[in-house]
Design a protein around this ligand. Structure first.
Ligand SMILES: NC(=O)c1ccc[n+]([C@@H]2O[C@H](COP(=O)([O-])OP(=O)(O)OC[C@H]3O[C@@H](n4cnc5c(N)ncnc54)[C@H](OP(=O)(O)O)[C@@H]3O)[C@@H](O)[C@H]2O)c1
Length: 251
């Protein structure tokens, strides 16, 4: 399929994991992907792998200065953005007593202010028929210890799906979200856990997943591209769970 010929996507956090998979598939279907990441090194590495239809911008989704520059940087490449996948993020998981105000601000900056101001800044470039897709999380549905701040931040994004869908209706911009379950990405690398601790955490998680495996980033990308395509022309204000049923099936 070539559903995105001549289209541009902004994918925040496109150097790895789900964002990278979305960029790869979007390019594979004829589009150009503008990806962001925090460092020159990761952005360059990803754009080299993605090829000539990838554009990389170093931009920290938790930094207001970077967010406010994004529109001008993107205008060097295009005046139209057809898809914003507001995806950049990571988790830090701590018991309530150990969360300090800096941890709280860090997660809310990247996970809540990041997607809000990314979309705000892209709106002048978005025409009728374009679409916004937020990345929420299964963590909004399942209560897990140590997830208090992360889950609250993702719940705020769930709220944006509804309010943005209402406000952007008149402009013909569709707004939706995907809610991933446990997906095999680098998400644990920002948590401060070492390799063994990450492996241990994953081995504890797998038996709780109805399919007994982590999802592949490409399985998220399939859904994001569907939501961005004309096939989803009647889907607005929706959050699609891509989680192997973990949010409804208790093991
Ligand atoms: N994996 C899961 O099980 C899971 C489940 C539910 C939801 N999610 C959500 O999915 C999203 C993507 O995560 P992932 O699992 O694909 O993890 P990942 O493989 O670690 O990828 C995260 C991406 O976000 C970028 N990023 C992180 N902080 C950033 C910042 N401040 N500014 C700009 N880019 C930033 C990273 O790029 P650089 O390192 O180059 O900066 C990377 O490209 C996150 O919002 C996460 O909360 C993940």
């Amino acid at each position: 399929m070539q559903r995105f010929i001549n289209q541009y996507a902004l994918i925040t956090g496109g150097t790895n994991g789900m964002g990278y998979a979305v960029a790869e598939q979007f390019i594979g279907e004829g589009g150009t992907a503008i990806i962001t990441g925090r460092s020159e090194e990761t952005v360059l590495k990803a754009t080299e792998k993605l090829g000539r239809k990838a554009v990389g911008i170093v931009s920290d989704a938790g930094n207001m200065k970077d967010l406010m520059h994004l529109q001008n940087e993107i205008k060097q490449y295009t005046e139209n953005i057809d898809l914003v996948f507001a995806n950049a993020g990571y988790g830090k998981f701590k018991p309530i007593e150990n969360v300090d105000p800096e941890d709280f601000d860090e997660l809310f900056n990247i996970l809540v202010k990041g997607p809000f101001f990314t979309v705000q800044q892209m709106l002048p470039l978005m025409k009728k028929g374009s679409s916004v897709i937020f990345n929420t999380s299964v963590a909004t549905e399942i209560s897990m210890p140590n997830f208090s701040v992360y889950s609250a931040a993702k719940s705020a994004v769930q709220s944006f799906v509804k309010t943005f869908a209402t406000e952007l209706l008149e402009r013909g911009i569709r707004v939706n979200a995907i809610s991933p379950g446990h997906i095999k990405t680098n998400i644990f690398n920002n948590t401060g856990l070492n390799k063994e601790q990450i492996e241990d955490a994953v081995q504890h998680i797998i038996p709780t997943i109805p399919f007994k495996r982590q999802g592949d980033p490409s399985e998220i990308a399939n859904t994001v591209l569907f939501l961005a395509s004309r096939e989803a022309s009647y889907i607005h204000g929706a959050e699609i769970k891509v989680d192997a049923g973990i949010s409804v099936i208790r093991s």
